[in-house]
Design a protein around this ligand. Structure first.
Ligand code: ADP
Ligand code: MG
Length: 275
């Protein structure tokens, strides 16, 4: 799979070669470890690391962001999440957007169209995927700077986003559980925290998540971490208020289902809009 990278040998330094060999060995190990248990992961590895993706990973290696790629920890329709390791040994998550994802263009365009930051949306599928990936990176940065707890964004090359790995405190390399999967010790406090994050996002980062629910909130011990910012839009986006309503309704509905007296979601949105 990495053969393509090896062809123009004169263009590659020895260090690069060593790094690529290391990745290759790792991938081979992941494959042989997983093949028996789950042949799908085997395909996933093949599918994700196309030539352009390898180039993006390669750039992250050379920039010193990534040292090793351990393996897939989550696979969705549009992206895969990998557990990887930085040079300093810390854990990082790589979100690799799939260029082949067929529904990408149709489903996601509405989030980019009308956003003043993304005027040029013409071009091929890869361009759009990379735009999407850079959008998530920038959204994470804005959220992070506004004080919202999100995976700290580290770097972005092509269709690959590197960020802090949100690990399960009980096991390194396993993602912390999602809000929908846990039973909270203190649901009232969690509800207040999420409301605070929604407010900070809107008033300080000037962002609306636009895909917020118990499926995109991770629970790391006592902390709540908002993830999946690819869909987030600028507060000036023509649909921003509609998305804000939907986010707030999702969150209120979840906490209501687990027994909280959540109050009126519309009143909370009105309060946000007046700030
Ligand atoms: N920074 C991260 N650290 C650890 N696990 C993560 C991280 N980001 C995402 N994940 C895991 O990967 C899954 C999918 O990521 P997400 O960004 O929600 O993509 P999708 O668009 O496929 O929903 C999440 O549900 C979570 O389990
Ligand atoms: Mg998600």
């Amino acid at each position: 799979m990495l053969e393509m990278l090896k062809k123009p040998r004169s263009h590659r330094s020895r260090l690069m070669e060593k790094d690529v060999d290391e990745i290759e060995t790792r991938i081979a190990r992941i494959k042989s470890e997983r093949r028996v248990k789950d042949s799908r992961i085997f395909e996933v590895v093949e599918e994700v690391f196309d030539y352009q993706t390898l180039m993006a990973l390669y750039k992250l290696l050379n920039a010193g962001v990534v040292k090793l790629v351990h393996g897939v920890v989550a696979a969705g329709k549009e992206a895969r999440i990998y557990w990887a390791e930085a040079r300093d040994g810390s854990d990082i998550a790589l979100k690799i957007y799939l260029v082949q994802a067929a529904e990408f263009r149709r489903g996601r365009l509405m989030y980019i169209e009308g956003d003043p930051r993304f005027k040029r949306v013409r071009g091929d599928k890869r361009k759009l995927v990379e735009l999407w990936c850079s959008k998530e990176f920038r959204n994470l940065l804005r959220a992070h700077e506004a004080g919202v707890k999100v995976p700290r964004p580290i770097a972005r090359r092509g269709n690959v986003l590197a960020m802090e790995f949100v690990s399960d405190p009980a096991q390194r390399g396993r993602p912390a559980p999602l809000l929908k999967e846990v039973s909270l010790d203190n649901p009232e406090a969690a509800f207040e925290t999420i409301k605070r994050y929604i407010a900070l996002l809107y008033t300080k980062a000037r962002l609306v998540h636009a895909d917020l629910s118990e499926y995109n909130i991770m629970v790391r011990g006592e902390e709540l971490v908002l993830i999946d910012f690819g869909s987030a839009v600028d507060a000036d986006h023509p649909m921003a208020v509609d998305f804000l309503y939907r986010d707030v309704r999702n969150v209120f509905a979840f906490f209501s289902r687990i027994g909280l007296d959540v109050g009126d979601p519309t009143a909370f949105v009105s309060y946000l809009l007046q700030r």
